[in-house]
Design a protein around this ligand. Structure first.
Ligand SMILES: Nc1ncnc2c1ncn2[C@@H]1O[C@H](COP(=O)(O)OP(=O)(O)OP(=O)(O)O)[C@@H](O)[C@H]1O
Ligand SMILES: [Zn+2]
Length: 510
């Protein structure tokens, strides 16, 4: 891989700190460095949380596709995140563990696995490093000592607090001043400023916590904001390239991380050159959130017969800085679009015959971890000028602050271009899919036919009955054909005669 700036359009990204787009130029041109605030593992991720990781995955894929290597860290928050981001309430993990009568470690292990499983099903690449908060307690204490020595903190009975007036520009990211009380509730006696936050929280005398550690400020647990400053700095350095999170983090969590980073380095630097935030997935009730209960998980979609990649496509169909509405209609449209695309791609696959390049790319990507640029170089070899021009349009869209909604139709354009051989069209699909991650070259039609829970079907048997029905219809034995259709209907199988998608049957959604 080259270490010079890649060819193609410059990549511009919207920086929440300056509220402007900026040209991306990694500090170390040989390795871009990204940190994404990870899940708090006290429950399943909901679809809104997962939107945040489809976004970071897209960002990372675009960076790779355009020619840079990337180190990507996602943390696992298994301690410190209170029920309110503004230092109020109890630790989310402690509450969940009490409710389940389990240890926090059991709860964390269970939901961490569930999260990793969800992101794998969404085609999200594994980060280079998973950093688990409780593995870094000593690093957090050392960090806390340094910022305490620098005079940025003060101690109260309840713990060690950060004084937000000790750093320049506190709250610049949120566009708020330290004396503003928006979203903050004063619950801690003695705090100097409303926005001050806990670096270390002492365990109350009358209770023991499941998770607590000795520290210079008493036995207790670290503040949530501290974790991300410590782990991002540990793995990526004092100033790295991009820090991401959902837009709710722009108001408090990331302001506090920036303040800690500034106190630690004694500079005005925020810790990352670009701070990026994805907007919310909303439903009729507003932001999807765990605290509301009854939220939708990825598994709940699968249980209803929707393939996870249809949800990925739904996410890709909106720009990351726009709200995205989650509704059965939107999801249904995404599933239909994915099916349509896949039908065309499968037809091309059938026509193209031997795709030796596909084996090279798949092998390089999966087993040898080759960069996306290398895979692109295989795919894009020998393409005609008008196909290269389509790639340039794709590049232009994704380079403009990840304008994926504009890039998506180009895949459909490539598939439909009759003047190109199936081989050319598939090469384009494959190179675009390195960014989109929809698995278009590997999925089969049958994969998208997810069986909802509670529906008992034997797919081979359905296919046999369909063939019999086809034969009956050919012989104009409509009574027999209808009888087969009715028999299948009683098993929950709906036949789709004349289906423009040629998806001959589906499990009825009830
Ligand atoms: N509705 C949403 N849409 C998009 N991103 C979201 C949404 N809700 C949370 N996020 C993001 O998901 C990521 C993981 O967050 P985390 O696991 O800490 O969730 P949480 O704060 O416990 O969830 P909730 O906000 O539902 O209580 C964060 O980057 C967060 O900003
Ligand atoms: Zn964070």
């Amino acid at each position: 891989m080259s270490h010079t700036a890649p060819a193609g359009q410059p990549l511009v990204l919207f920086n929440s700190v300056t509220r402007a787009t900026e040209t991306f130029a990694p500090i170390d041109p040989a390795m871009a460095k990204l940190y994404s605030c990870g899940p708090t593992v006290y429950n399943f991720a909901h679809l809104g949380n997962l939107r945040a990781y489809v976004f970071t995955d897209t960002l990372r894929r675009v960076i790779n596709w355009k020619g840079w290597n990337a180190t990507h860290v996602i943390n696992i928050t298994d301690v410190g995140h209170l029920t309110s981001d503004a230092d109020e309430g109890d630790d989310k993990m402690e509450i969940a563990a009490r409710a389940a009568a389990k240890t926090i470690w059991e709860v964390a292990a269970f939901y961490t696995d569930a999260f990793k499983n969800d992101i794998a099903r969404l085609g999200i690449l594994q980060p280079t490093i998973w950093s688990v908060a409780t593995d870094h307690i000593q690093d957090m204490i050392a960090f806390g000592r340094q910022i305490a020595d620098a005079g940025a903190t003060y101690e109260l009975d309840s713990g060690l607090y950060f004084d937000v007036t000790k750093v320049p520009d506190y709250g610049r990211l949120a566009g708020a001043r330290p004396d503003e009380t928006v979203g903050r509730i004063e619950t801690v006696e003695g705090k100097r400023n409303t926005a001050d936050f806990a670096i270390w929280r002492k365990s109350p005398d009358d209770s023991t916590r499941q998770m607590e550690w000795a520290s210079p400020w008493g036995v207790g647990a670290p503040g949530w904001h501290l974790e991300c400053s410590v782990m991002s700095m540990k793995y990526l350095g004092e100033q790295f390239d991009i820090h991401t999170g959902g837009i709710d983090h722009r108001e408090i969590h990331h302001c506090n991380e920036i303040a800690q980073n500034q106190a630690f380095t004694g500079t005005a630097k925020t810790g990352a050159n670009i701070w990026m935030h994805n907007n919310f997935l909303v439903d009729r009730g507003g932001k999807m959130s765990k605290s509301k209960g009854g939220f939708a998980t990825l598994q709940s979609l699968v249980d209803r017969g929707v393939h996870p990649l249809a949800y990925r496509l739904l996410c890709l169909s909106a720009h990351y800085r726009s709200e995205l509405e989650f509704s059965p209609d939107n999801l249904g449209a995404a599933l239909t679009r994915l099916k349509r695309l896949l039908i065309s791609v499968v037809q091309l696959r059938d026509k193209a015959g031997d795709l030796s390049w596909m084996r090279v790319v798949a092998d390089a990507g999966m087993t040898k971890g080759a960069s996306l640029v290398y895979q692109r170089s295989v795919l894009e070899q020998g393409l005609p000028a008008d196909a290269v021009a389509l790639i340039a349009r794709f590049d232009e869209a994704i380079s403009g602050d990840l304008m994926i909604p504009q890039a998506l139709p180009l895949i459909e354009e490539a598939v439909a271009k009759k003047a190109w051989s199936p081989d050319i069209r598939l090469r384009l699909v494959a190179t675009f899919d390195l960014v989109l991650g929809l698995g278009l070259l590997t999925l089969d039609r049958a994969d998208l036919r997810v069986r909802p829970v509670g529906v008992e079907i034997d797919e081979a048997d359905v296919e046999v009955q369909l063939a019999e029905r086809q034969a009956a219809r050919a012989e104009k034995d409509f009574a027999r054909s209808d009888a087969i259709r009715d028999a299948l209907a009683t098993q929950g199988i709906e036949l789709m005669d004349g289906d423009p998608l040629r998806w001959e049957w589906r499990v009825s959604l009830g």
